[in-house]
Design a protein around this ligand. Structure first.
Ligand code: ZN
Length: 141
């Protein structure tokens, strides 16, 4: 057995939230999907950022969103780009356009890559990976 197989991790590295992203990941633990909303102009944004892309304000609040959206785009990966993915190819990385506007990159849990369609209705599911990390994945709506 090759060395890399002996040292094969069971899963991909988990997110390490920075200061801006901490509220987003804390809400996921409670199975809530929050987006940053600019307190100055109301613009929703994702991923969390230091300043509003529209008006450059540093003032944000957090707004719970529906978790519903559609497939905006996707890419299918056939090569395992990480040892934890050896038994999981092909897989699709999907960009979801949330009904509130912002787009989120994720995976679909119940749709094989060759059945994904642009515009397909999807909704969030909360995947508890560890006691500290829950990830927002999506399923067919
Ligand atoms: Zn703004």
């Amino acid at each position: 057995m090759a060395e890399w197989e002996l040292n094969r991790p069971e899963r991909l590295p988990l997110p390490q939230p920075d200061e801006e992203a901490e509220p987003f990941f804390a809400a996921l633990l409670e199975e809530k999907l929050l987006l940053q909303r600019c307190a100055n102009c109301g613009q929703l944004s994702h991923p969390p950022r230091m300043a509003c892309a529209q008006c450059h304000s540093f003032d944000f609040e957090w707004s719970q969103v529906s978790g519903r959206g559609t497939v905006y785009s996707y890419a299918v990966t056939h090569q395992p780009i990480h040892p934890a993915l050896v038994d999981h190819t092909p897989f699709a990385t999907v960009q979801i356009e949330l009904e509130e506007g912002p787009r989120m990159t994720s995976n679909l849990i119940d749709v094989p890559p060759d059945e994904i369609e642009i515009g397909m209705a999807v909704e969030v599911v909360f995947e508890r990976v560890t006691d500290e990390v829950t990830l927002p994945l999506f399923k067919r709506a």
